[in-house]
Design a protein around this ligand. Structure first.
Ligand SMILES: [Zn+2]
Length: 300
């Protein structure tokens, strides 16, 4: 081996060594840096896929629960319809129905009104105020199967329509008395002056706010579509013709009649009104959960 050959050999060995070192560096770089990055990428991809799966599952569950909600709603509506039918059948309500409603009592005339209703086996609705004999009569109403509605404790427009708070303080007090006397919590309301009253205009928008709030709190309010006009001072003949005339002239399925058991003229007209309405083919009922809410247009 001459000198040249030895140098060549050494160079070749050096080159190989360099190649091996380079190879080792590349390998280490891959193991230490690129491989973990790749593994992380794969892991992230997996996570993304998992997330997608979870989101899809949530969507699917939401869809299912919406379906269940819809089915529940449908079932509830069906049940209510059936209950209404059962109620109507049990209470013999069919065709055209009259709801007699008596506001502002009880009073000294209430007993005679109850007797007339008994005579015809008719149920009615009494929208009561805080009168002296409230306890005695609310108990009687329940015993006889009439409906107790809430009118107002004080019936003072200037007070009850001065604010929502005043209205509900007055209403809640009356409601608590009725509940104390009878154990019954009425959710049927008649606004003093009706929901269309303009006497409350000293407080702009109060009737709109009150009617919304009553609904929110689970109450139902009832206006009327026949006014006997007894509160305005009609005598018994006029009351009779106001009611019977309206029944003859309109063709409604639901007649909600406004009367007041604080008027002797009302008590005097009642017997003939019931007798003739029955002859005209009407049936009578008291307000219940299935009674359509007769509403006026709100003017304030
Ligand atoms: Zn009244």
């Amino acid at each position: 081996m001459n000198e040249k050959q030895i140098v060549k050999m050494i160079l070749i060995i050096l080159l190989f060594s360099l190649l091996i070192i380079f190879g080792l560096i590349v390998r280490n770089t891959y193991i230490n840096k690129i491989k973990p990055i790749n593994e992380k990428k794969v892991y992230l991809e997996k996570l993304k896929q998992n997330n997608k799966n979870i989101i899809n599952k949530i969507k699917e569950e939401n869809r299912k629960s919406k379906n269940i909600d819809n089915i529940l709603k449908e079932n509830k509506a069906k049940r209510e319809q059936l209950e209404k039918k059962v109620y109507e059948k049990e209470s013999n309500i069919s065709g055209k129905v009259i709801y007699l409603t008596f506001d502002d009592g009880p009073s000294i005339y209430t007993n005679e009104i109850l007797n007339i209703l008994d005579k015809y086996k008719i149920k009615a609705t009494f929208f009561v105020v805080c009168s002296n004999n409230l306890e005695e009569y609310t108990k009687k109403y329940i015993e006889k199967g009439h409906t107790i509605g809430l009118h107002s404790c004080t019936h003072k427009y200037s007070n009850i329509y001065s604010s929502e708070e005043s209205y509900f303080n007055d209403l809640n007090y009356l409601s608590s008395l009725v509940e104390k006397y009878t154990g019954y919590k009425s959710k049927y309301i008649r606004f003093p002056g009706g929901s269309s009253n303009t006497v409350s205009r000293f407080n702009r928008g109060i009737m709109t706010r009150l009617s919304n709030k009553l609904k929110e709190n689970g109450y139902k309010y009832f206006d009327w579509n026949i006014d006997s006009n007894d509160a305005a001072g009609a005598n018994s003949n006029q009351i009779y013709s106001n009611v019977i005339g309206a029944l003859e002239n309109n063709n409604r399925n639901i007649s909600m009649v406004l009367m007041h058991d604080t008027k002797s003229s009302t008590k005097d007209a009642l017997d003939s009104i019931i007798k003739d309405a029955l002859q005209m083919g009407y049936t009578f009922a008291n307000i219940n959960d299935y009674t359509p809410e007769v509403h006026h247009g709100i003017n304030n």
